[in-house]
Design a protein. Structure first.
Length: 229
């Protein structure tokens, strides 16, 4: 192979490897956590000559809190879980069966050294002992701003949002969705994450550090149910 051809192949491989490393540094936004497009026709004011528009009222005697579609709400992440479980089981069982010599055509059958051959004794013994312990602890703190994407008939707010932070040789993301009661929103337009119903909170990352902290595909294959040995 000629030298120019080798040089071109080397540059091609380097460019492909560089492109892969760049894609690992960026976490792509998830469309499921995108805010509502307020430029859609359903949110445009109706040119009916009226001063007041439906869904665009101003609360004169209330705090400036999120209450309509498109409003922003700050969520204070305060999640902490601790779980532990232990189990211990012991079983023991003994069985013994004696069968006297059977009569065959009126005879007890042959014997050896005075012991009837048809005499039999069955003994069985089973024993099991098992124990197990499990413990898990998780904690997540921080803040994230979400938007109201829907207002339920009872006044509760459906919120969702995500935050992506680019760090050195990697990036991290927080995604959150759930249902908020307006009564649980504080006067500074914040709410604790533990007060959000049906909450879905995801925290993760991507990049060089995240890749080095995970096992390769071959190691995952040997630990999967597809590998029975």
């Amino acid at each position: 192979m000629k030298t120019p051809v080798k040089l071109m192949l080397s540059l091609l491989l380097l460019s492909v490897a560089g492109g892969c490393s760049q894609t690992q540094l960026v976490v792509k936004p998830d469309p499921q956590y995108a805010p509502v497009d307020l430029r859609a026709d359903q949110f445009k004011a109706e040119p009916n000559g009226s001063i007041y528009q439906h869904g665009r009222t101003v609360q004169l005697f209330e705090d400036n809190k999120a209450y309509r579609i498109g409003d922003v709400l700050s969520v204070t992440l305060s999640e902490s879980t601790n779980a532990s479980k232990s189990a211990e089981t012991n079983t023991d069982k003994d069985d013994e069966i004696d069968l006297n010599a059977l009569s065959v055509f009126g005879s007890l059958g042959p014997s050896i050294n005075g012991n009837r051959i048809l005499n039999s004794t069955l003994d069985g013994e089973r024993e099991f002992s098992g124990s197990g312990d499990s413990a898990q602890s998780n904690s997540l703190t921080g803040e994230i701003a979400v938007t109201v994407v829907d207002v339920l008939p009872n006044g509760n707010l459906v919120v969702r949002g995500e935050k992506i932070i680019g760090l050195n040789q990697g990036s991290e993301f927080i995604r959150l969705s759930g249902i908020v009661r307006p009564e649980d929103i504080d006067t500074d337009n914040t709410i604790l994450s533990r007060k959000i119903a049906n909450s879905r909170i995801f925290y993760g990352g991507g990049g060089v550090i995240a890749e080095s902290n995970s096992r390769g595909w071959l190691a995952r294959f040997f630990d999967s149910p597809a590998f029975p040995y």
